[in-house]
Design a protein around this ligand. Sequence first.
Ligand code: PMP
Length: 425
Amino acid sequence: MNPSSSLSRLARDRGGSPISDLMKRALDNPRLISLAAGFVDPASLPIDPTRRAVDAVLGDPASGRKALQYGTTIGDPSLRSRLVRRLELEENALPGQFEGVLPRMVVTNGSQQLLYLVAEALLDPGDIVLVESPTYFVFMGLIEARGARVIGVETDQGGLNLEALEATLERLEAEGDLPRVKLIYTVSEHSNPTGISLAEDRRAPLVELANRWSKDHQIFVLEDAAYRGLSFSGREPSSVWRHDEEGRCVILARTFSKSFSPGLKTGFGVLPEALVDPVLSLKGDHDFGSNNFAQAVLDRALADGSYDAQVAWLREVYRTKCDVLLGALEEHLGDVEGVSWTVPTGGLYIWLTVPEWLDTGKDGPLFSRALEHEVLYVPGVYAFADEPGPVPTNHARLCFGVPDEDQLREGARRLAGALASCGEH
Ligand code: PMP
């Protein structure tokens, strides 16, 4: 009997994650320095603030019982209204200005769940999602699982290139495919995988563009701001979402995973009116409510100021780690022709470019040399959609989240060694 014969088509077609295979390799060799895992810095995880928040939640019987009981699908009311008030501050709005946002504020199991729910609510097989080239590869996987098409749009130093986006939409219209375009996806802040943010002066025009191209149906913009808060300069422009004055175009996806703790696996979304009921009813099928205890703990940490203190500290931690890796790349690869890298505005990632003839893929020469040199990266090919092609094969994502400063220096040295050994052949 074929062991997979009882599986659904979805499960059969899905396949394994390329990244989990990479992670396994990292675990198999303790000497390996992994610049691959997109994990946060383990040393700065907020143990004390979390303990204080847990004690406060459980210290009071009423709040303890509430936190340990089921919650509601949309999320904890206290947390949701606190998040709306925080959005007013972050987005330079007046107090009370976002009151109307509250019914559209949904707490989710990390932002990943919101991305999934949005895909589930919007995409039928053959529908089209436009993404940045390169983009967050996990999202592409879940679009493809729905049988939808992913089409990449060029990016530059300012993130998504709006002229290229416009040209893609014109081409799709000419081909008769415009009615299938449902979503434009942007990782607006300190992107995974490039570390680059969407330029401030592209944010309002992106909303205008999506609305202008919305003919028979709304083309939504999914703003994945997973790394918001982790800016090295401490300054971030208003979200794309802020420019959606009518609240009908932009889906904002946020998370506490990067700015506080991925273990709490809590995020939130602000949805356009038309998506609230569909997303909530799908979310009800998933879980009828996210982890209520984690929501209560986060609500406490936000209320007592420890969340803000943690984020302020994390910005320093990551800026220092990023500088260390940038410095080491400069030292070991600065003079190598055809090699360059992005200078991130924040977040956890640097995007490396190597000469075009050098394939960074899992079966290419650099990857196996890197493993011999005991350093791991994520091959860039995963971050590109197949369309419009061809997919560039000379990039790598480097994450400075997990390794300490010495390991970052050594990791860059090993990577340079691996690269040099490819040049010899
Ligand atoms: N979006 C981006 C761009 C990410 O990098 C990640 C995590 N790697 C997520 C969403 C999902 O994170 P979480 O579900 O933990 O919020």
